[in-house]
Ligand binder design. Structure first.
Ligand SMILES: *Cc1c(COP(=O)(O)O)cnc(C)c1O
Length: 428
């Protein structure tokens, strides 16, 4: 495959856009080489600017659950666009998608739409702090909740110490209110509650972590968090930006039967347009302006194009009774085939999977938190990534990312992929 045009485009982009990209992971820094410039996409396939076809396992980092350029979504956007693209006034469409989302997701009465997952999580913790009248939040190392200040905090050596900012520009004042815990370590969270009595507003968690590879919650972990929150008067926030409408209609809450107090959405809920949302029961949501005192707003929030895309997406998910079973079977097939060819080639690996989220780690030990995810062999991953790219398979350009399986994949695509993995494994 040739990437001449992508290389040129990257050079031009870097002159006017920092690092040539509008979101850092796209720059391929973790794997080296030149990022590929997308030209168009349909179903499970991406077509780049050099004319290569790639089978897509990123799917815009999740939104394309039903494949690229999914017709009901595309048509909904086209029809809406002809009638005006933004009003800054309420529309009936917003109520329609809100009612549908509330009917699909357990434990929520009301939902507020925003423009990104970052905004959803940022607003959710402001709401949790306002509602509980407490300042501190607990987050887990390796979980990503967007790029707002409170979340850009990395684990120091001692997990019970205050976090230190992991980006310049995040003030120490902000960092001190974010407490870090180890994923899947309930004892660690218990210690934080003991050391910060009546100060913790909320725990925020990816109920299946998807930003350090795919890491499932250990048995009893989410239940334990629920219980700790109840005992300590804190709110449990599920960041379902990845898992929402992907693991089940009702997301991780439905899959695991755990009730969250606030749920954040993004990715799938916008059908590929910039949408986020957060939702909770009435008591909490009515704490938001204009009803309550916690301020939150957005000029383009509830944008008609975005809502039309999201509504078409949710309608399809809601009406397809076999969708999640199909996704489960396709991803399990990929998991099984991948495990077989890696083992046949004597590669050391661990595969994690929940539903249509899957990750391959080049380490023999269980991957259950940020530390164990970081133990993977990054040099092998780089070779794996570039090898697959050469074979026409596009996975995330970082060892810490999940693959997002789309329903548009056929079993032929999956077999093609497993064969490619076999070929590449021989070179590792
Ligand atoms: C992608 C993601 C976000 C951030 O969403 P953006 O739309 O990129 O701002 C937040 N939380 C999780 C779990 C995510 O995967």
């Amino acid at each position: 495959m040739l990437y001449q045009r992508s290389s040129q485009l990257f050079v031009e982009a870097a002159k006017v856009i920092p690092g040539g990209v509008n979101s850092p992971v796209r720059a391929f820094k973790a794997v080296g080489g030149t990022p590929i410039f997308a030209k168009e996409a349909k179903g499970a396939y991406l077509y780049d600017e050099d004319g290569n076809r790639l089978i897509d396992y990123i799917n815009s980092w999740g939104p394309m659950l039903l494949g690229h350029a999914f017709e009901p979504v595309v048509n909904a956007v086209i029809e809406k666009a002809k009638k005006g693209t933004s009003f800054g006034m309420p529309t009936a469409l917003e109520t329609e998608i809100a009612a549908l989302a509330v009917s699909m997701v357990p434990n929520i009465d009301k939902i507020r739409f925003v423009n990104s997952g970052t905004e959803a999580c940022m607003s959710a913790i402001r709401l949790a702090r306002g509602f509980s009248k407490r300042d501190k939040i607990v987050k887990f190392s390796g979980c990503y909740h967007g790029h707002s200040d409170s979340f850009l905090i990395q684990a120091g050596s001692g997990a019970i110490t205050f976090g230190s900012p992991n980006s310049p520009g995040v003030t120490a004042g902000t960092a001190k209110d974010t407490l870090l815990a180890r994923y899947n370590d309930l004892g660690n969270v218990k210690e934080l509650f003991e050391a910060n009595k009546n100060e913790i507003a909320a725990i925020i968690i990816e109920p299946v972590a998807g930003n350090m590879g795919c890491i499932p919650p250990a048995n009893g972990f989410l239940e334990g968090l629920r219980q700790l929150c109840d005992e300590n008067g804190a709110l449990l926030i599920f960041d379902e930006v990845m898992t929402g409408f992907r693991l089940a209609k009702g997301g991780a809450q439905e899959l695991f039967g755990i009730k969250a107090d606030i749920v954040c959405f993004g990715k799938v809920i916008g059908g590929g347009l910039p949408v986020g949302a957060f939702a909770a029961r009435n008591e909490i949501m009515d704490y938001l302006a204009p009803v309550g005192p916690v301020y939150q707003a957005g000029t383009l929030s509830g944008n008609p194009l975005a809502m039309a895309a999201g509504l078409a997406m949710l309608q399809e998910i809601n009406s397809d009774a076999e969708l999640f079973q199909r996704l489960e079977e396709k991803t399990a097939y990929l998991e099984k085939g991948t495990a077989k060819v890696l083992a046949d080639n004597n590669i050391v690996f661990t595969i994690n999977r929940v539903g249509s989220m899957i990750s391959v780690h080049f380490d023999a030990n269980p991957v259950c938190d940020f530390q164990t995810a970081a133990n993977g062999d990054n040099e092998t991953f780089k070779k794996f990534f570039h090898g697959l790219l050469r074979e026409g398979i596009y996975i995330a350009p970082s060892a810490y990312e999940t693959w997002f399986i789309t329903d548009a994949l056929t079993y032929d695509d999956l077999d093609f992929t497993i064969n490619a993995i076999n070929k590449v494994a021989k070179e590792l």
